[in-house]
Design a protein around this ligand. Structure first.
Ligand code: SAH
Length: 243
């Protein structure tokens, strides 16, 4: 039996946004590896073993997948959204590199990342140049996060912020809003998109002056417009042109 690994994204929530390619890999798999809430989204079936693990053990998870694939198992590593966006694909390659790049069949299957699902709900806030920043400082110093926010805002990028606010670091998102208010001014539009494409979905667009840290949590992706981002009807969009 030839083993393989597929690193797959399960969409931000809605089953309809899981790609047919990911579904086919799951149908073919012998093992699914991932963070507990993502593995919980996989329907159990005979012949499929589910390996759910806690948060922050990405490398253990990647090593488990690599050793199972080397032993002939067909393994899907699951993330939410897209597996390459602040998720398991990089962790897998980190473990793979540390093992000296063994001959294992690896595929990365793209998925719909949270910022794109959120942008679609709001209209087209990412319709011009934009960037994505992970606000968690688990794997990088906060000073670097803050520098990137400031420079991206000064360069007039629209921005998407992942992992905006958790109970263990409540002050950093407040600081993020301070920097944005300073650089972008009080009229800039900011969209809080929570639990997008799930039954708990809640989307709210306010001005920077109205934005409060409590409007974000770990299930929220935050979209900040550029200086031309505007409302039209119930939509928010960023024009395709800039002067
Ligand atoms: N790989 C994932 C991102 C993982 S980081 C992706 O591509 O979407 C986890 C962060 O993603 C969360 O803190 C939140 O900012 C965002 N996120 C994930 N699912 C979301 C959803 N359904 N609605 C809003 N934000 C979401």
């Amino acid at each position: 039996m030839t083993g393989w690994i597929a690193v797959a994204g399960l969409s931000p929530g809605n089953e309809a946004l899981v790609t047919p390619e990911v579904r086919a890999a799951l149908d073919d798999a012998t093992d699914v590896v991932g963070y507990i809430p993502y593995v919980a989204r996989i329907a159990p079936r005979e012949g499929l073993t589910l390996h759910a693990s806690d948060n922050r053990v990405e490398l253990d998870r990647a090593n488990l997948a690599l050793s199972m694939a080397a032993g002939g198992r067909r393994v899907v590593i699951v993330s939410s959204g897209d597996p390459g966006v602040f998720a398991m694909a990089s962790a897998l390659f980190e473990a793979f590199e540390a093992l000296g790049a063994p001959a294992i069949d690896i595929r990365v299957l793209p998925g719909i990342t949270a910022m794109l699902a959120a942008a679609a709900r709001a209209g087209a806030p990412l319709g011009h140049d934009f960037c994505a920043i992970n606000l968690s400082d688990n794997l990088k110093p906060w000073a670097l996060v803050e520098r990137r926010i400031r420079l991206a805002a000064e360069a007039d990028f629209a921005m998407a912020f992942y992992n905006p606010r958790s109970a263990s670091r409540p002050h950093q998102f407040a600081r993020t809003l301070e920097v944005l208010l300073q650089v972008c001014g009080p009229e800039r539009l900011i969209t809080f998109a929570r639990a997008v494409t799930t039954p708990d979905e809640h989307i709210k667009t306010v001005t920077m002056a109205e934005a409060l840290p409590e409007m974000a949590d770990m299930r929220t992706v935050v979209l900040v417009g550029n200086s031309a981002t505007r409302r039209t009807g119930r939509w928010v969009y960023t024009p395709r042109r800039a002067d």
